[in-house]
Design a protein around this ligand. Sequence first.
Ligand code: URA
Length: 189
Amino acid sequence: LTQIATEVRACTQCGLCKTRTQAVPGVGTARGGIVFVGEAPGADEDRLGEPFVGRAGQLLDKIIKAMDEAQLIPGLPLDRQSVYICNVLKCRPPENRNPLPHEIESCSPYLRRQLAAIHPRIICCLGKFAAELLVGVEGTIRDLRGKIYRYQGAKLIVTYHPAACLRNANYKRPVWEDMQLLAREYLSD
Ligand code: URA
């Protein structure tokens, strides 16, 4: 992971290297076997070099803390450091626009290598870009969530991006149901 992070910070594979302040490789550890994959850094992440540190990140922290407090996975304390958090794109798209197909194509090898290095038990895709990349099908979160997929031996689930929950509080309940699903699947076989 350290080696990949070093390469990410020096990456010039796409045009986003010209507009970024810094690249954002990821944060956390492989130990817990849980990975959250978001979309791309925003302004706060670009400034601080760490994923999910802005408003959406604070909500993700709250979700992880709630999982910990509910002891969804007994014996595994859950916080930012016991999971791994990263994004499909490692650099901020200008004005937080959606990732472009060629950017995803250039950047996704880093994510795939991170996942190969972590060898997680379960991956949680936050939002459409992570879901479509790692599940390999197009669809809405509504259609994709609630199911167990496989990615290179890991289980994989899909849920709404925390930024979507900030825009629409109706997504909060399904996200919590998805976290319960994540825990059940983490604990089974
Ligand atoms: N949104 C993301 O998808 N990733 C971040 O790191 C921050 C916000």
